[in-house]
Design a protein around this ligand. Structure first.
Ligand code: OGA
Ligand code: NI
Length: 555
C-alpha cells in the first residue's frame, strides 16, 4: 500500500456483510489466539457485585452498601447499579459515595472534573464475526476517563474482565442494571499514584547485567515483568509436550550419494511443519562440544570486571552488535530478558574483531575457531539438502549469502530467576538470519516453540545433537516456503542455563530477497527486499516492541 489508504479504518459492519474470513489486519498475533475456553471466559467466583444506589445514599443504614461498595471497588473496580435515566445523577451519587470512602469531602471527586467535565456517549456495534478465536471486538484496555456507566446488550455477552491473570466473562444483565467501572484517571486519584520514575537521565538505556542482578535481588525489577495478561501459569511454564519427539535428521544419511531420499523427505516434512529439527551424525567431535560448553561456562563465571573488558557498550554507553552484554534498550517501557550474552562475529574469518574475543579461559579462542569451522560444514550440508528440496542448484542457497556471509556466535547465559512465572529468559522471537545451529544445555530445558497457538517445550538434548532452525532471512529467500518458527526461553527458579547459538546471516551489505526461480504466477512475490544490515538492526527495533520485523516486509 504505497498510499496512505491503510490509515483509513473500515466500517466493520460492511466488512462483516461481505467477507467470509476477517482480513489479516483484524487477526490477533498467533500467541494470543483464543481457545474455546478463553472465548467463554472463566466464570466469576461470585456474581458481579451489585450496589443498591438508594440504600447507598440513605442517611442511615448506608453502612452495608458502603462496605459493599468499598469491597467491590477494591476487588473488581466494577459496580452494578439500578438502571436510571439520569446518568449524571447516578454518576454524581456514586462519586460522592466514593469520596466518602476515601475520607475526602463529599464533592471532592466531582470537583476534580473541573468546571467543564466532559461526558462522551459511545454506541458500540459488534457485527457477528466468523472467527471469534482470531478477532476481538475491543482489545484489552482500561477506559481513559474517570468513570464509565455501561448499558449492555441484554442477550449477548462478550465483555471480559481481567483479574489476577484470568479473563472472567461478565454475563449479560437482564434487570436494567448499569455496569459501572472505574477509569484510568480516577484510578490515579484513588491510588494517589506517583507517576512512574521519570528517569530524567538516560540511564534506562543501559542494559543491566542480569547475572549481577540475579545475585542481588529477591524479586525481578519491574522492567523484567511480563504484562499481567501474559504471565505464565504452571502449565505454560512447563510447556505442552510435543505430539512427537523433536524430529531428528541424520546428516550423514542426508548427504549420502545414494539412499538419501528418505532423510530428504523427512527434512521436507519437518521444514514445512515445525521449522526446526535436531541434527545427528554431524561429525563434530563430542569432546569439542563439551569443551565449548565448559569454556563458555567459565567465561560467565569470571568476575564482572573481567567480562566487561569485552562489553558491547562502547565507553560504557554506545550499544554495538558485538561483545558481552544484552540487547539494546530502545524505550523506557521495553520488557527486558533474563539473560546475558556474549555475541561475536566469527565469519568472515578475516574480519574477526579479536578485541571482543575473551582471552580467558585460555582455550576459548581456539575452541571457538574450531567449532566455527565444524559448524560451517554442517550448515553448508543442510543448505545443500534444502536447495535440493526446492529443486534449485545445490549451491543456490549458499550463494544467497553473498561474498562475505556473516556468522555470529552467541553464548547465552540464563541465571536462575526467582519468578519464572513473570519473567522470560528470551522473549518470543524468530531468528533474523538464514539458519541457526543451537547447542543447548544438556541438563536444563527452557526453550519453547510456538505452533498453532500452543507453546511446546523442547527437552534438553543429551546426545550431542544440534538443534537447527530456519530464520526469517530464509523465509524471505524461499518466498515463505520455509518459515522461521517463533520461539522463546522460559527461566528456571533453581538452575542456571547455557546455550551457544551460531547464526548464519548474509553479507551485511547484500540485499535479501526471494529467489527468482521460486517465483511464478502461482507463487507471486510475497516479501520486499531488504539489505541484510538494515534487517538485522530493524529486528532489534521490532523486537523491543515485541513485534516481528518480517511482517513489515510482507507484500
Ligand atoms: C536465541 C535462542 C534459545 C536457547 O539465542 O536466539 O533462541 O535455547 N536461544 O537458548
Ligand atoms: Ni532464537
Amino acid at each position: 500500500m504505497a498510499d496512505d489508504s491503510c490509515r483509513l479504518p473500515s466500517i466493520v459492519q460492511e466488512l462483516a456483510a461481505t467477507v467470509k474470513e476477517p482480513p489479516s489486519r483484524y487477526l490477533l498475533p498467533e500467541q494470543e489466539r483464543l481457545g474455546d475456553q478463553q472465548l467463554v471466559g472463566a466464570e466469576m467466583p461470585e456474581p458481579v457485585p451489585c450496589i443498591d444506589l438508594r440504600r447507598l445514599l440513605a442517611s442511615d443504614g448506608a453502612e452495608d452498601e458502603a462496605t459493599k461498595l468499598r469491597s467491590a471497588l477494591q476487588s473488581w473496580g466494577d459496580l452494578l447499579h439500578d438502571y436510571t435515566l439520569n446518568c449524571k445523577r447516578v454518576k454524581d451519587d456514586i462519586l460522592r459515595a466514593m469520596a466518602k470512602i476515601l475520607e475526602l469531602d463529599d464533592d471532592c471527586l466531582i470537583n476534580h472534573f473541573g468546571e467543564k467535565g466532559s461526558t462522551y456517549a459511545r454506541f458500540n456495534y459488534y457485527p457477528a464475526c466468523p472467527r471469534p478465536d482470531l478477532v476481538l471486538g475491543i482489545r484489552p484496555h482500561s477506559d481513559v476517563c474517570a468513570l464509565t456507566l455501561l448499558l449492555m446488550d441484554k442477550d449477548v455477552g462478550g465483555l471480559q474482565v481481567l483479574r489476577d491473570e484470568t479473563w472472567y466473562s461478565v454475563p449479560p444483565v437482564r434487570d436494567y442494571a448499569l455496569l459501572v467501572n472505574v477509569g484510568v484517571s480516577l484510578e490515579n486519584k484513588r491510588r494517589k499514584k506517583i507517576p512512574r520514575n521519570p528517569m530524567s537521565d538516560e540511564s534506562w538505556r543501559l542494559p543491566t547485567i542480569v547475572q549481577e542482578l540475579a545475585a542481588t535481588v529477591k524479586e525481578p525489577p519491574s522492567r523484567y515483568l511480563l504484562p499481567e495478561q501474559e504471565r505464565l501459569g504452571d502449565q505454560q511454564l512447563v510447556g505442552a509436550e510435543m505430539p512427537e519427539p523433536v524430529p531428528c535428521i541424520d546428516l550423514r544419511q542426508l548427504l549420502a550419494s545414494d539412499g538419501a531420499e528418505e532423510e530428504a523427505a523427512k527434512l521436507r516434512s519437518v521444514l514445512q511443519s515445525w521449522g526446526f529439527f535436531l541434527v545427528t551424525n554431524h561429525g563434530i567431535e563430542t569432546s569439542l562440544i563439551d569443551a565449548v560448553i565448559t569454556a563458555s561456562r567459565e567465561f560467565f563465571r569470571q568476575p564482572l570486571e573481567q567480562k566487561q573488558e569485552y562489553s558491547n557498550l562502547v565507553e560504557g554507553k554506545q550499544w554495538q552488535l558485538e561483545g558481552y552484554g544484552n540487547d539494546p534498550v530502545k524505550t523506557q517501557d521495553q520488557i527486558l530478558d533474563w539473560s546475558d550474552r556474549l555475541h561475536l562475529r566469527v565469519e568472515p574469518e578475516d574480519e574477526r574483531n579479536f578485541a571482543r574475543w575473551p582471552r580467558h579461559p585460555e582455550p576459548f579462542r581456539d575452541l571457538l575457531h574450531e567449532y566455527t569451522l565444524d559448524c560451517k560444514r554442517v550448515k553448508d550440508g543442510i543448505l545443500r539438502a534444502m536447495a535440493k528440496l526446492l529443486e534449485l542448484d545445490d549451491d543456490c542457497l549458499i550463494n544467497q549469502f553473498g561474498e562475505k556471509g556473516s556468522t555470529y556466535a552467541r553464548f547465552n547465559y540464563y541465571p536462575a530467576c526467582p519468578r519464572p512465572d513473570l519473567v522470560l529468559g528470551i522473549k518470543a522471537h524468530s531468528d533474523v538470519g538464514v539458519l541457526t545451529l543451537l547447542l543447548m544445555d544438556k541438563h536444563v530445558g527452557g526453550l519453547q516453540v510456538l505452533r498453532d497457538g500452543t507453546w511446546y517445550s523442547v527437552p534438553p538434548v543429551r546426545d550431542y545433537a544440534l538443534l537447527v532452525n530456519v530464520g526469517m532471512s530464509m523465509e524471505i529467500m524461499t518466498n515463505g516456503i520455509f518459515r522461521g518458527p517463533v520461539h522463546r526461553v522460559v527461566t528456571n527458579s533453581e538452575k542456571e542455563r547455557m546455550s551457544v547459538a551460531m547464526f548464519y546471516a548474509a553479507d551485511l551489505e547484500k540485499e535479501i530477497e526471494p529467489i527468482a526461480e521460486l517465483l511464478d504466477e502461482k507463487q507471486p512475490l510475497r516479501y520486499k527486499k531488504i539489505k541484510c544490515k538494515d534487517f538485522v538492526y530493524a529486528n532489534y527495533e521490532y523486537l523491543s516492541k515485541r513485534e516481528r520485523v518480517i511482517e513489515s516486509l510482507k507484500i
